[in-house]
Design a protein around this ligand. Structure first.
Ligand code: COA
Length: 394
């Protein structure tokens, strides 16, 4: 696996006088992990050794989550039990719904999700990371309830009633049902399911690292996941999918793509949904999502955004291919969701609902051979400053 590696910057690190400073920890291994493999030159992504394309075609989110968490494909009875456990733990206590009602309507659903997952732990005292039963129960509860919290806040903040989950639907069907009150068509639910699979895991990205850092302190899993949600929120990470759709809507027409993108490049602005720390080719998830976008748009009738997105990709390639910068997972996902009728504010929460499984897989792995994360720093401040009394300060 080859990764783009920034040159180290010399300096003296606390306790490690010879350690170089590497901005963004570019290329620095932060864990030994068997959860996910990426070859950024070849565009290969595997969860537990299974190619992402095969999982997207043949698996379900429930099965993929099981496999991420426990390292193997489940037997039929194991999958049935896990799916049943998820379905029966979907609903949340009414006090959590009250909590969501109290949050400002103007908040972002990611902020509500982070707050609600942190609060969720307070309702479940059986959350000891060192206890196997607590670990299983917490894992099931967090994966099961994350879609409920997202759908509930979305409806409540738009003045609508909470729609409780249904146990007879799949994870993907139930999420779409809780948003609208209608059971989705099977093909739309399958597209949602594939999107969940594609977003479920992605090795040592910023949110997974944030979650693993919190896990290394032996904090409970609700706190671990809420840390990771906070990191996912930013526009350089999961927040990019929402920014992409705003950009495409702003461009609106294929003819306007070139001047818009060339202006961004000229002003050295980042184009959202483009570029990746590891991939030096097009993100394999973007390839699957591009096909799903075409599929959804064919079903729902014309939508100019896919054509605009493809033109953006073309113009970006003309200018930035030399830097090996191509569309990432966030570039086409929003076009898929938009075609499904989902508002842009839900795009990053959908990413989070799926990634909960990957974060929890890393949490379980971190606990096996844990050592608290405590990197060093290169101090750039002064020493032995004289303490001047406040009345004498100029
Ligand atoms: N648009 C334009 N130029 C970009 C770019 C983008 N989206 N992403 C990277 N570049 C350029 C940088 O300007 C830099 O050019 P330079 O070497 O001439 O200075 C070079 O490519 C390397 O980029 P850098 O920012 O150092 O890469 P990184 O590994 O630190 O950052 C991302 C990776 C993902 C944060 C970055 O590509 C980005 O901001 N992309 C847009 C946000 C996004 O889509 N995030 C979701 C990621 S899944």
């Amino acid at each position: 696996m080859t990764e783009r590696t920034a040159p180290p910057i010399a300096g003296t690190a606390e306790g490690h006088s010879s350690a170089p400073f590497i901005p963004g920890l570019d290329g620095v291994p932060a864990a030994r992990s068997s959860v996910c493999f990426i070859d950024g030159d070849q565009g290969i992504l595997e969860y537990r050794g299974f190619p992402i394309e095969e999982l997207a075609e043949k698996s379900t989110f429930e099965e993929t989550s099981y496999m991420l968490l426990w390292g193997k494909l489940p037997k039929r009875a194991e999958l049935e039990k896990f799916s049943r456990d998820l379905a029966t733990h979907r609903d949340v206590r009414f006090r959590l719904i009250d909590l969501l009602k109290c949050l400002p309507d103007t908040g972002h659903p990611m902020e509500a999700l982070q707050a609600a997952i942190a609060a969720l732990g307070m309702f479940y005292p059986d959350r000891d990371p060192m206890n196997a039963t607590d670990r299983y129960n917490s894992t099931v509860r967090i994966i099961a309830k994350a879609p409920t919290l997202v759908a509930a806040y979305h409806r409540l903040s738009h003045g609508k009633d909470y729609i409780p989950p249904r146990e007879d639907l799949t994870h993907a069907e139930n999420f779409l049902y809780m948003l609208s009150g209608e059971v989705p068509d099977a093909d739309v639910a399958r597209v949602m399911d594939i999107c969940f699979i594609l977003h479920a895991e992605h090795s040592m990205n910023a949110s997974t690292f944030a979650g693993r850092v919190t896990a290394s302190t032996l904090a409970d899993p609700y706190t671990v996941v809420s840390s990771a949600i906070g990191a996912l929120t930013g526009p350089l990470h999961g927040g990019a999918n929402e920014q992409v759709i705003h950009m495409l809507q702003q461009i609106a027409e294929v003819e306007k793509v070139r001047p818009y993108i060339e202006d961004l490049i000229h002003r050295k602005q980042k184009i959202m949904g483009i570029g990746h720390r590891i991939y030096r080719v097009k993100d394999p998830r973007a390839l699957v999502l591009q096909k799903l976008a075409a599929q959804m748009i064919a079903k729902r009738g014309g939508n100019p955004l896919l054509a605009v997105a493809q033109e953006v990709e073309k113009v970006v390639a003309e200018h930035l291919a030399a830097k090996k910068i191509y569309p990432n997972v966030d570039f086409y996902s929003g076009v898929v969701y938009e075609a499904m009728g989902m508002p842009a504010s839900l795009f990053t929460p959908v990413f989070a609902i799926a990634r909960v499984s990957g974060w929890l897989a890393h949490w379980l792995e971190q606990l096996v051979d844990n050592r608290i994360y405590r990197p060093s720093q290169i101090y750039t401040g002064t020493h032995n400053e004289p303490y001047v009394p406040i009345e004498e300060r100029a």
